[in-house]
Design a binder for this molecule. Sequence first.
Ligand code: GLU
Length: 444
Amino acid sequence: MSDKTITRFAPSPTGWIHVGNLRTALMNYLIARKAGGEFILRIDDTDPNRSKEEYVDGIKRDLDWLGLHWDRVERQSLRLEKYHEAAKELREMGRFYEAFETPTELDLKRKKQLNMGKPPVYDRAALALSDAEKDALRAERGNGVWRFKLLQERIVWNDGILGDVSIDGASVSDPVLIRGDGQILYTLASVVDDTEMGVTHVVRGSDHVTNTGTQIQIMQALGGSVPAFAHHSLLTGPQGEALSKRLGTLALKDLREAGIAPQALLSLMSRLGSSDPVELRTEMSEFVEGFDISRFGSAPTKFDAEDLKPLTARYLQTLSLEDVAEDIRALGVPDVHAERFWSVTRENITTLHDLKGWWTMFSEGAEPAIDEEDREFIAQAMTMLPEGEFDDSTWANWTSAVKEATGRKGKGLFMPLRKALTGQAHGPDMSAVMPLLQVVKARA
Ligand code: GLU
């Protein structure tokens, strides 16, 4: 076996992927890239009813957008035969058994156990069934589910984030790996794939810790080598509230549509929950260099989507006109004004979507904001606007003429003029703004 590092991101295509998934994808991606290894995109689509092609496409589009390029794609739905072979092996070694309890029966058993103060672990009643009893149950209820018989011993591993983890095999129910209708479940498929694809490192959410315990035993039963595991903490909202229900609104697709820059998202997610500060980074090589999974802690990690805005704003400030020329042209900004438009707006936007508002203001004019006491002053000043093209000196020339004529100075001079022309009390340098004010110019 080679010592090449191989990781995978294994989403189920049953919905749009969100920031929680991104944390998993990013960590696996960075581990592979840092080691010069391989990053596999594995589509966990053994559930034909819930898996949708549009989500597969969505996952690829999201990863592409973020620049998390995969070396190859695998699809579990194309590998079903492999899983059946593994199931056969497990059967032959006496580690796989058919069980026929209905969900109601299982529920009842759990309740009884809990009432008696016992952990609700499957009691393995099916192991005692004779062949004749199984035939009878099968005739009555259809095929049973297939459970993997866990060894009732401690399962231990050194987790890349959680440190030493130990799970008592006796405290976990024998996992169902094949459903009554024959559907292969994720646990079996995942073990077979991780083993066969030579996956060396698995990073996933801490909701998978128990799965890892059972998967280690299945891997060992099938003679596969056990990868290194790391389980990152789950994300919570800014107040520590569970995020699971809200993750639907934090889909990567929605963040993209809201104008969040991928660099902002990567900067936040590659550091959030670690002992290193969040810093804006723009090159993938910087994310790769700076990544160290041992810096991440096991405590729940607070995520606030608002944090993506200042990071996006700062990223936009690093862009040159060339980088945004297409966006600016699409707004209808004449090429002669493009450079000035970008230099005036770049520090006054949160996302590129904000450019539209600025251009509308410059090209169509703003609703003037004029205080009562400035009304006359503004009316007078407007009559003094120079004719012809506005340039960089227009503001200085005009305001000094207005100063001369009205005796106003400082804030009392500049602020009402700014508000009258732009509708806002704050904003870019007025000397640079003047040449962009199409309507004002036309009025002058
Ligand atoms: N399809 C599984 C999930 O989305 C993959 C978990 C794993 O990484 O093994 O939760």
